[in-house]
Design a protein around this ligand. Sequence first.
Ligand code: FAD
Ligand code: FES
Ligand code: FES
Length: 496
Amino acid sequence: VERVTDMELSGLNIKFYLNDKYVEVTVTPETTALNLIREQLLHTGAKEVCAEGDCGACTIALGQWRNKQFSYQAINSCLLPAARLHGSHVITVEGLAAGDKLHVIQQQMLEHHAVQCGYCTAGMVMALFCLLTNNPTPNLEDIYAALEGNLCRCTGYVAIRKAAMALSSLLQNSISVTSQLNFLPAFAEHIKNDIQNIPPIVYVSLQKTAADICEAYYLPTTIAELFACMNQHKTKFKIMNGGTDLMVPANLQGIFPECFIDISSIDALNHISKTNGEIIIGAGVKLNEILHNELIQQDLPILAQAISLMASNQIRNIATLAGNIVNASPIADTACVLLALDASVTLLSKAGERQVKLADFYHDYKVIELKKDTEIISKVAIIPESGMCSFEKTSKRSALDIATVNSAIFMQKANNDIVTKCRIAFGGVAKTPVLAKNSASYLIGNKITPEVIAKVAKLAAEEFQPIADVRGSAEYRKILIHNHILKHLKKAITNG
Ligand SMILES: Cc1cc2nc3c(=O)[nH]c(=O)nc-3n(C[C@H](O)[C@H](O)[C@H](O)COP(=O)(O)OP(=O)(O)OC[C@H]3O[C@@H](n4cnc5c(N)ncnc54)[C@H](O)[C@@H]3O)c2cc1C
Ligand code: FES
Ligand code: FES
């Protein structure tokens, strides 16, 4: 392990591959991958538009080894600290064509006139490229899902859709052509192996100048190193996990801590397992890894469903469950589901660990049980129970939008159809994700009749005093609470 400790450095020395080139470059903790690639390395294919994960114009393919598997994932480079590129292989749109021969995705975009101003195009091409490297014969639905994080401001969607359809049918129907398409550039194979020889950086402490905002960026690889970093910086650090929440105020308002402690390289936090009937999700597991995990799909499909409705593919490739919980947004989608599933979080400090029910984790707006200076969430635990689960999210758009109101319900019934156990959770109706205790208690001991449904919906709407904001008025939110209950309980009748 290469350790650069307390040295007087003017920046972080990172090593990675950009397309076919090995790069060794110095970056500051504030530099984003996009800024590095565009401004220092002069690859301007990826564009900066929103700088907050909302448009996908900055999409690049990030090639990394995780759990002994190598893959390219589409990510928003505007939300990724440049330090995180260390030890990876980045492919940008400049790396796709082989000489004068366009990549098949570029060719289809061109042939179907799916390029108007072209600003969004590089991001779309890279999102599709990553899809193909993971799934060479995608259907149309897969293609649309891969593009859900990419906006085209001049609304070339009809042409983009045609290009996507042509690409899909080309790949689905022509095996011989498909095998010749060779989605990966020729240089990819050896770089995939070469990056394994790049040793991790752990401690990087910089000499702060008056102009610097952050003085350190740490990438610990073990829990012991993590606590050593936390101890060194006491109250002045921020834990960075995926960074999809932290990087937005950093980019848009210049809000940085004195030091980032990035936990994304700690293997011990990167696991999903089932032990004694309990599902454990490590704090470093990415949302997409949870979404595609067989155990989760089989035992906790409701969690997978909620995650599938979160953000975009690019965000889910780096964001985590722990980050969604600690960020403590009142509309956090996974927090809502996890409350209904009666999940617990493990809070780990140097002194040991304690387990806390998520129901006891949220105290007030952004006030949580976690002692931020000494503890991290190390894992989330859920005991899957037999019963009915349902999740609802109302937002203005079906993809890449946060909820106006979200809700989840878990319910068990006896043979006589009487409800014996019930938890109902809401987001967007209070200062934190919250359990609707009165409505759930009323349901327990009752059969789900039209009268009971009406009563529970009324009780739930009375239980909260939501605020009005850009996503909806207080009255609208009350109507949503009422209607979400109707939807959940109708599902309970239909699905038995
Ligand atoms: C464009 C966009 C769309 C989004 N859409 C949605 C959406 O639809 N639904 C939704 O719920 N959210 C959404 N989000 C919010 C965000 O993506 C999620 O909250 C995500 O799960 C955060 O995870 P992260 O790992 O990126 O968190 P980070 O940004 O790394 O961290 C968030 C906070 O948690 C702390 N933290 C993270 N991990 C730990 C840990 N293990 N222990 C202690 N503290 C920790 C950090 O210090 C920070 O305060 C969206 C964000 C963007 C930018
Ligand atoms: S610039 Fe819009 S998502 Fe990155
Ligand atoms: S082609 Fe113009 S923004 Fe997409």
